[in-house]
Design a binder for this molecule. Structure first.
Ligand SMILES: CC(C)(COP(=O)(O)OP(=O)(O)OC[C@H]1O[C@@H](n2cnc3c(N)ncnc32)[C@H](O)[C@@H]1OP(=O)(O)O)[C@@H](O)C(=O)NCCC(=O)NCCS
Length: 370
C-alpha cells in the first residue's frame, strides 16, 4: 500500500465544476475562465452557474436572485446566539455554530441546493451582526431590494455602498466560490459520503477552513503587512522570516506553481481603485513583499495565492480582520455544496486506510503491576 501524505496528487472524484491549471495559473468555473467571470459576471450569476451547471437566462437569474434575497433573515435564536458570543468568540466558531443551528431549525425535506441557498443567503447576515455587535452598533436587517454584495455591505455599515465598493466585494466573493478539491471541500465530502445532511457537511467545511494553512491565511497575510509597517522594512522582514524557517503568509499553493489568477485579479482591482492612505500604504508594502517573495521563492514554484491580496480587499471594504475567513466561507458554501451534490450522484463512502506501524501481540499488564 502506498502512503500519500496529505493525499497529495490523489483524485477523489471526477468533476465538471472547476478546473485549475496550476502551471499556467488558470482557473475555470464550469468551463468559463475566471478572468471573464470577474470582468463580466456577478456573484449571483456565478452561484447559479456553479450549482446548476449553466449560465442563467435573464428570467432565471431574476427568479434566483429574489429567492436568495428572501432567505437572508436569521431566526431569533441564531440572532441571540450571535449577540451573546460575538464579543468573545472566534467568528468562525460563531459561524459554525450558527450553521449548525440552521440545520436544527430547517425541518423541510427540501433539495440540497435549496438548503444551500438558505445557508448562502444567511451567512452575510451573521457576519455583519458579529461585527456590529462587537462595535456596540445596532444590527441592520437585510434589504431584499439590494444585490447580495450591496446588501452585505449595507448590513455591515448601515448605509448603501458605492457601486465601486459593492462591485469589489462581488468580485472578491466570486473568486472564493470554488476551488476544486481542497481541505474544506474534502471535509464536506467525507461527511456527505456517509449520507449525513448538508448542514453537517457545511459545518465540517467551516471547521476545516478555520485553520491558518487554509482560510485563515488571508488575515495572517494582512497582519504581516501591518507588522512590516513600511516599504523600507520589507526586504529585511522577508529575509528574516524565511531564514528563520517561517513561511511567508499568502504565498505557496498545493496546485498553483505560478501566480494564482485570483491574486492577480484582486491586485488589479486594488491598484485601480482610489484608496485611503492606510490601504495605499499596506498595498505598497504588499506589492514589495510580492516582488521580493517571488525573487526568492518563485524558482521553487512558490507564488502569491488568493489570500495574499484578499485580506487587503476585505480590510479596504471595512471588515474586521478576524472576520476574513468567514467571508471566504460565505462564498465557498456554494462550491462545497455543489461538490457534495456532484459526489452524491455517484456516492461511495470515503474510507481510506492507514498503514499500521505499531507493535502487535503485547502482553496486557494489570494496572497495579505497571
Ligand atoms: C498553502 C501551503 C500549505 C501548501 O503547501 P504544500 O503543498 O503542503 O507544501 P509544503 O507545505 O509541503 O511546502 C513545500 C515546500 O515549500 C515551502 N513553502 C511552501 N509555502 C511556503 C511559504 N509560504 N513560505 C515559505 N516557504 C514555503 C515549504 O517550507 C517546503 O519547503 P521544504 O520542502 O524545504 O520543506 C503552503 O504553501 C503554506 O503553508 N503557505 C502559507 C499559508 C497560505 O498562504 N495558505 C493559503 C493557501 S490558499
Amino acid at each position: 500500500m502506498e502512503l500519500r501524505k496529505g493525499l497529495e496528487d490523489i483524485a477523489i472524484k471526477e468533476t465538471s465544476i472547476t478546473f485549475i491549471d496550476g502551471e499556467l495559473g488558470r482557473l475555470y468555473y464550469r468551463g468559463y475562465s475566471i478572468f471573464d467571470l470577474a470582468s463580466f459576471s456577478n456573484f449571483e450569476e456565478v452561484a447559479y452557474l456553479i450549482w446548476y451547471g449553466k449560465l442563467p437566462t435573464r428570467h432565471e437569474l431574476d427568479d434566483f436572485k429574489s429567492r436568495l434575497a428572501e432567505e437572508r433573515s436569521i431566526s431569533d435564536e441564531i440572532a441571540s446566539l450571535v449577540k451573546r458570543t460575538a464579543k468573545t468568540a472566534n467568528p468562525m466558531d460563531v459561524l459554525r455554530t450558527s450553521v449548525s443551528m440552521m440545520g436544527l431549525e430547517d425541518k423541510d425535506d427540501g433539495e440540497l441546493i435549496t438548503k444551500s441557498m438558505k445557508i448562502t443567503a444567511k451567512i452575510p447576515t451573521i457576519i455583519s451582526s458579529i461585527q456590529r455587535t462587537r462595535a456596540n452598533l445596532d444590527v441592520i436587517e437585510p434589504d431584499p431590494s439590494l444585490s447580495h454584495s450591496e446588501n452585505f455591505l449595507y448590513m455591515l455599515h448601515g448605509s448603501k455602498p458605492s457601486r465601486e465598493r459593492s462591485r469589489m466585494l462581488d468580485v472578491g466573493l466570486m473568486l472564493h466560490i470554488d476551488h476544486e478539491m481542497n481541505a474544506s471541500t474534502m471535509a464536506c465530502l467525507v461527511v456527505a459520503s456517509t449520507l449525513s445532511d448538508i448542514y453537517s457537511s457545511i459545518v465540517a467545511g467551516i471547521s476545516a477552513l478555520k485553520g491558518p494553512l487554509h482560510g485563515g491565511a488571508n488575515s495572517e497575510a494582512l497582519r504581516q503587512f501591518m507588522e512590516i509597517g513600511s516599504q523600507e522594512n520589507v526586504e529585511k522582514y522577508v529575509l528574516n522570516r524565511l531564514s528563520s524557517g517561517q513561511r511567508l503568509m499568502g504565498f505557496g499553493h498545493r496546485i498553483y506553481k505560478s501566480l494564482d489568477p485570483r491574486a492577480k485579479i484582486i491586485k488589479d482591482y486594488l491598484s485601480k481603485v482610489s484608496k485611503d492612505e492606510e490601504t495605499q500604504r499596506l498595498f505598497d508594502i504588499a506589492t514589495k513583499v510580492e516582488e521580493i517573495g517571488i525573487r526568492i521563492l518563485g524558482k521553487r514554484g512558490i507564488y502569491p495565492n488568493v489570500d495574499f491580496y484578499s485580506g487587503l480587499l476585505f480590510h479596504f471594504l471595512g471588515f474586521d480582520l478576524d472576520l476574513f475567513p468567514t467571508i471566504f466561507a460565505s462564498a465557498r458554501v456554494i462550491g462545497w455544496s455543489a461538490h457534495v451534490d456532484e459526489y452524491l450522484k455517484d456516492n461511495k463512502l470515503i474510507r481510506p486506510k492507514a498503514i499500521y506501524v505499531g507493535d502487535l501481540g503485547k502482553k496486557y499488564v494489570p494496572i497495579d503491576e505497571r
